[in-house]
Design a protein around this ligand. Structure first.
Ligand code: SF4
Ligand code: SF4
Length: 1017
């Protein structure tokens, strides 16, 4: 203690600065000078970069609708940030990041304090500086921030690509992330939090000397113990420590600020600022993710429709063909990417060794946008004159020293005006990073990247900062398809069939009702048998697959039978239906989508349709979420939702157990259940629309059926590979998505793979066929949930009507079903509700006594809450021995329900860095697609959906009906429907889209050299 200090303290006179700290020191002066200069530079550079960000975003296209419902948006932002709700899937990461993120904000006060401590070491902020609650919060978050960043550093190391499987550690979510930037940010936080804690300890040491009456334990509860480290030091010595630590803290903080100001592509740092506006401006003001409806294509900021096409002006662009064609929100998205790799770890394309990684895609678009920004700015200054803009950029480049010493030398400059956004990069499939070239020269993103996407939405669902990958991918596809006519060859056939026949298979409209031919009741057709939709309960939207695809037709029939059994009246459109346009839209053919959608909306309007039940997840999503964009808003339910409601209302009662009628459905000629079932969530039902519970409730309602969840289920479900128009494309890259998913399903040991979408059904069936050719899963079947329900309802009927032979009940005697015996009609209904015995309008009351929830008798706690009803994050019991209970007070329409989550399985919640199932290179295994195994079904081993000439020809002729009671052979003399009037062998042709524009691939310059330039100067 300085000699002058003791008398001052003893006399209660406030000691002077010199008395306390021995006067100004050289260390103090140096610290003050550095901490004035460096932060001044830091703030200036930060504001300059913020200005550049704003300028960059202003170069993007308008994006209307991003500021509606500001209250809701603000609430969403507060919820997502304070609750870290978008990060909660990785719970340990979320907790560690929560403390680190809040520490960044709360501990800003310590940075302010540190500046003043350089002048007066014992300085405390006015009002709160010595207020215990404030001090406790500061200390808590300083320690928590320190622990949090250490945990995050450990997690990054645990998941480092060098520890992960796959070539170059591909299965690490951090594969391709910029590691030096992450390390730098982590070390900065580590050093700063340590400095904060040291300063608190030093402050405690000073309080002990200057305020003997103050309680160190009260003011420094978590750092007071550190004061002992300086017990032998004098106050000036303690002050010197304060100067040194405060200087380090300030310089490290502002060095970070300068660094990120110089690195606009440093998303791992910039997301601390940009995530807030990115979340606030998210597509859905309600706070939900950018899934469901595809973002409408806009031209000049206005939604595009067929009428708007007439008013298009020169310079208007359809879709995104250059980075500046993205909206400002798109550009903000790219800047915000943290490179966390959550999206990458869930992406089905990446997990099957395709070049597409949503993370790498965002990073590349970000890097490209920033590199191109000077050119765009010059272009704006030159009123769109590309040559003048390039001249400006070239001149700027030539003023940059090439060796750090003047004079400057001429340098080549990339021709930004000619660089294609999507094209052939000539990438090495073994090195996926080479498919992303932000500086060209040939293209920024390889076309294989763009067309590998299934639009499954896993990336959007996972992203903690609400980046809208799917919208961007579809926008780029729109340009490729509509402007450049650059799309996979197979899509030419799809577009042609949709344009000419209104369905992907190119089948005749007459065949749309074939599925109903032998049903024991009349299927009414809207506009023919029923004038207006108001005369029936529901319009049953059959969909193209449900009408034409043999396997999907079984679902269609099952649903029709169940609705009839439950006394629900419905009608179909028959040949009045045309494709919803889902695949066309996701393939980028917005014009075709608009045409098809407008036709359906018009039909619905003419017939007064208000309520629609759908079996196809894609049709469900399109009619429910996208037709409102064209003015058609309806109540749309998926068949699992409607059937679940009917079961809850006891209008359908599944009573029979699987072992009542053993065997496969093909052997029994009936729909099939089994004792063990796993359920595959269709992406467009689950992630895109939040419908997770109803299909599971239905399976749970089946007596004696055990649901076995796959590790990737619910919102983490793995795509089947059919979405995003991938159903109609060859899968030539990597391994097969459907095989990967099928292997996961088989690994559960379940005897049935239940699905709720015809696309999924085709893909998983093909995957199963491939596995069965290898000898796996021979007793497994792929069935729709509706079929399983029908089997349970029907078996109950069979049991209660022993006089009715089951085989007879299921085997129509004629192709048309006209001579069905009464028993056959009865077999299609629940026990006491055969159409012959009850009016169609009356709810079925059969088997009410048989409560499926009393089954099985061994159920230990049938009264427990249904895990599917609860918005709980706890996982569904895998391999449960009893079905989950249906909760009557939950409306299956009230989606999204809590999705099943398997997060709890791993306390670290990290995606596996082991290779995913079926990750073997395609070349190393027999390809079941190219070389179908011998099977009775000539379509086995190939995707039913692929419109290859062979497939189309075969599909029309193959008599799969031999084993399928639902697919009756056409009456003698009637030509097979596919042969109608389509030449399946006809070469695919481009759609009726604007003329292609050949991209100018000319370019120049050395990308490495360009990297050295300040992209803004
Ligand atoms: S939508 Fe699915 S396939 Fe497409 S990038 Fe995202 S995760 Fe990958
Ligand atoms: S999840 Fe989002 S923030 Fe993370 S890498 Fe993917 S796009 Fe970037």
């Amino acid at each position: 203690m300085p000699a002058a200090l003791a008398p001052a303290l003893a006399s209660d006179v406030l000691p002077t600065f010199d008395e306390r700290f021995g006067g100004v020191t050289a260390l103090q002066v140096v610290g003050i000078v550095l901490c004035v200069v460096v932060p001044t530079v830091g703030w200036a550079m930060l504001f300059r970069q913020v200005g550049r960000f704003i300028a960059l975003y202003r170069m993007g296209r308008p994006d209307p609708g991003r500021t509606d419902a500001p209250g809701s948006r603000t609430w969403t932002l507060a919820r997502e940030f304070l609750g870290h709700t978008r990060m909660s899937r990785l719970k340990v990461v979320a907790a560690a990041h929560w403390f680190t993120a809040l520490a960044f904000i709360i501990l800003f006060t310590t940075l302010v304090n540190a500046f003043f401590q350089l002048v007066q070491p014992d300085y405390r902020l006015p009002l709160v500086g010595h207020l215990p609650p404030f001090e406790w919060v500061v200390e808590l978050f300083a320690w928590a921030g320190l622990v949090g960043i250490v945990v995050l550093m450990a997690i990054r190391q645990k998941n480092h690509p060098k520890r992960a499987a796959g070539r170059d550690g591909r299965w690490s979510r951090f594969f391709g992330s910029t590691f030096w930037q992450a390390y730098y940010v982590e070390l900065t936080i580590l050093v700063v939090t340590i400095c904060i804690l040291l300063l608190r300890g030093l402050e405690a040491a000073m309080v002990q000397r200057l305020e003997p009456g103050a309680s160190v334990a009260l003011h420094f509860p978590l750092t007071g113990w550190m004061a002992g480290w300086w017990s032998g030091a004098s106050l000036p010595q303690v002050a010197a420590w304060v100067y040194a630590v405060a200087t380090v803290k300030i310089l490290v903080s502002f060095a970070w600020m300068i660094t990120i100001a110089l690195q606009p592509t440093m998303g791992v740092a910039w997301h601390r600022f940009l995530a807030f506006p990115n979340i606030w401006f998210k597509r859905e003001a309600s706070g939900r993710t950018a899934l469901g409806a595809a973002k409408p294509m806009t031209v000049g900021g206005k939604p595009f429709d067929l009428e708007a096409m007439e008013e298009m002006e020169e310079g208007d662009v359809l879709g995104v063909g250059a980075v500046e064609d993205f909206t400002w929100k798109g550009l903000l998205d790219f800047s915000t990417c943290t490179e966390c790799g959550r999206c990458q770890s869930q992406c089905p394309a990446w997990n099957t060794e395709k070049p597409l990684s949503p993370k790498l895609l965002m990073m590349t678009l970000r890097d490209h946008a920033n590199a191109k920004a000077p050119y765009l700015r010059a272009l704006a200054d030159a009123d769109g004159d590309r040559e003048r803009a390039m001249a400006t950029v070239s001149a700027a480049a030539q003023t940059v020293p090439t060796d750090g010493v003047e004079p400057t030398a001429p340098v080549d400059v990339l021709d930004w005006s000619a660089m294609a956004l999507v094209g052939d990069t000539g990438y090495d499939p073994e090195a996926p990073l080479s498919a992303y070239t932000p500086h060209g020269p040939d293209a920024v993103i390889d076309q294989d990247v763009l067309w590998s996407c299934t639009t499954c939405g896993a990336c959007v669902e996972q992203c903690p900062v609400d980046i809208e990958h799917v919208d961007h991918i579809i926008d780029m596809r729109r340009y490729s398809t509509l402007i450049e006519s650059a799309f996979p060859n197979e899509l030419g056939g799809l577009f042609k069939n949709l344009e000419g026949k209104g369905n992907p298979w190119g089948m005749g409209a007459r065949a749309r009702l074939d599925w109903a031919k032998d049903l024991p009741f009349e299927v009414k057709v809207l506009g023919r048998d029923v004038e207006q939709a108001s005369e029936v309960d529901w319009l049953f939207w059959v969909g193209c697959a449900g009408a034409y695809e043999d396997r999907a037709k079984k679902t269609t029939r099952a649903v029709a039978e169940l609705l009839d059994a439950a006394g629900v009246s419905f009608a179909v459109l028959g040949d009045g239906e045309t494709c919803t346009g889902d695949s066309a839209r996701r393939a980028g053919n917005e014009l075709l989508f608009q045409t098809l959608a407008a036709q359906n909306v018009e039909t619905f309007g003419e017939l007064g349709v208000t309520k629609v039940v759908v079996t196809c997840a894609h049709c469900f999503n399109t009619i429910k979420n996208e037709y409102p964009q064209l003015g058609g808003s309806y109540e749309v339910v998926h068949h699992t939702q409607l059937l679940n409601r009917l079961v809850r209302e006891k209008r359908l009662t599944p009573v029979a157990r699987p072992d009542d009628v053993p065997g496969m459905s093909s052997a029994r000629n009936v729909a099939s259940t089994a004792a063990t079932v796993t359920y595959h969530d269709p992406c467009y039902l689950g992630r895109h629309n939040g419908v997770y519970s109803p299909p599971r409730e239905l399976i749970g309602a089946l007596p004696g059926v055990e649901l076995r969840e796959m590790p990737r289920s619910g919102e983490k479900s793995f795509c089947c590979g059919a979405g995003g128009a991938r159903m109609w494309m060859e899968e030539k890259l990597g391994t097969r998505i459907n095989t990967n998913r099928t292997e996961e399903a088989l690994a559960t040991g379940a005897e049935r793979i239940a699905i709720g979408c015809p696309f999924c059904r085709v893909m998983i069936s093909d995957g199963l066929t491939a596995k069965q050719a290898e000898g796996a899963g021979e007793q497994v079947e792929v069935v729709d949930v509706a079929q399983m329900l029908l089997a349970a309802v029907r078996r109950g009927e069979e049991e209660s009507s022993p006089e009715t032979p089951a085989e007879d009940a299921d085997e129509p005697t004629t192709a048309e079903g006209a001579d069905l015996p009464p028993a056959a009609a009865g077999a299609a209904t629940a026990a006491a509700a055969a159409p012959t015995a009850a009016p169609a309008e009356e709810p079925v009351k059969a088997a009410e006594d048989a409560d499926p929830w009393d089954e099985p008798a061994t159920s230990p706690s049938s009264d427990d809450a249904d895990p599917w009803d609860e918005p709980s994050t706890s996982p569904p019991a895998a391999a449960t021995s009893s079905p989950p209970q249906v909760s009557d007070d939950t409306d299956p329409w009230d989606e999204p329900a809590a999705s099943p989550s398997t997060d709890d399985a791993d306390p670290w919640d990290e995606p596996s860095t082991s290779p995913p199932a079926a990750a073997e290179p395609a070349a190393s295994e027999p390809d079941p697609w190219d070389d179908p195994p011998a099977a009775e079904d000539p379509l086995a081993g190939t995707s039913q959906g692929e419109p290859t000439p062979e497939r189309l020809a075969t599909a029309a002729e193959v008599a799969t009906d031999d084993v399928d009671p639902w697919d009756e052979p056409a009456p003698a003399g009637e030509p097979a429907p596919a042969a109608d009037d389509t030449d399946p062998a006809e070469a695919p042709e481009a759609s009726t889209t604007p003329s292609p524009q050949a991209p100018d691939a000319d370019q120049g310059g050395d990308p490495a050299l360009l990297d050295e330039l300040d992209p803004w100067d």
